[in-house]
Ligand binder design. Structure first.
Ligand code: HPA
Length: 267
């Protein structure tokens, strides 16, 4: 853990209390509402030295520390993407801070395009695995042997099983699938979508994969959920745009919030 992460964690504890964080949540485009539901303290990223600016519209660059359904959480209202800076490790410090605050689990959410007609816009997809289609890695430059992170089972089987059970209990469709990371910020071409479909992808987006690699590097257990906002390029006549993503995200976000709240509820 970097000295900086420990210092930031101490600063956050002074503002939000000493109780250890259990679960971290990263909210994707248009999914920021969940942060408002937390009973706690919001700290702007700009008060946290070294935190990324997370300047994409549809993101709310605050770290909210508090309680949701009885569980102590740290909610990252905005994530920084590789395409904003060209740095694959932009989320490393935030995740180190999460770990320093005591968390052992991370829930990563994103808005994504679907490659499957049976997972239409407005539905959720449970990420069971990913394809690093961008080929970039946030651990490039890391010196320790810990950089050789095994990525089998990166998406925690127990967390997935629990989430699947809870979604079923709420009658919310939650099919498992493979998420492919495309660097962005341009959207994919139809040929790229056909290519990643052939490679085994079920959804595509511009985030998540670097964070999951970093989270596994730090020993966090990970759950990933995609909120499907559109069919991927070439699979529907509907035009793809960021404003469409932001407009569609709340549909799936409501479902996501229900299942996340259940997950965080103490038995
Ligand atoms: N492609 C990449 N990222 C996305 C998409 C998409 O179709 N939809 C939402 N985020």
């Amino acid at each position: 853990m970097s000295k900086n992460a420990d210092q930031l964690a101490a600063h956050i504890r002074a503002a939000a209390g000493d109780a250890p964080v259990e679960v971290g949540l990263i909210l994707g485009s248009g999914l920021g509402h969940l942060a408002d539901a937390v009973d706690g303290v919001a700290i702007p990223y700009s008060d946290l030295a070294g935190f990324p600016h997370a300047g994409v519209s549809g993101h709310n660059p605050n770290l909210v520390i508090g309680t949701l359904e009885g569980t102590r959480v740290a909610v990252f209202g905005g994530r920084a993407h590789y395409y904003e800076s060209g740095r694959g490790d932009v989320m490393r410090l935030p995740l180190e801070v999460l770990k320093a605050l005591g968390a052992d689990r991370l829930i990563v959410t994103n808005a994504a395009g679907s490659l499957r007609q049976d997972i239409p816009p407005g539905e959720l997809m449970l990420i069971e695995d990913h394809i690093n289609f961008s080929g970039l890695n946030p651990l490039i430059g890391e010196r320790s042997d810990a950089r050789f992170v095994p990525m089998g089972g990166a998406y925690d089987a127990d967390m997935r099983a629990r989430f699947t059970e809870l979604a079923a209990g709420e009658s919310i469709a939650l099919k498992p699938g493979v998420y492919a990371w495309y660097s962005g910020p341009s959207f994919e071409t139809p040929a790229e979508i056909r290519a990643i479909r052939t490679l085994g992808a079920d959804a595509v987006g511009m985030s998540t994969v670097p964070e999951v690699i970093l989270a596994r590097f730090l020993g966090l257990r990970v759950l990933g959920v995609s909120v499907i906002t559109n069919m991927a390029q070439g699979l529907s006549d509907e035009a793809i745009s960021h404003s469409h993503t932001k407009a569609m995200a709340p549909l799936g976000a409501k479902k996501l919030e229900k299942v996340v709240r259940q997950y965080l509820t103490r038995d």
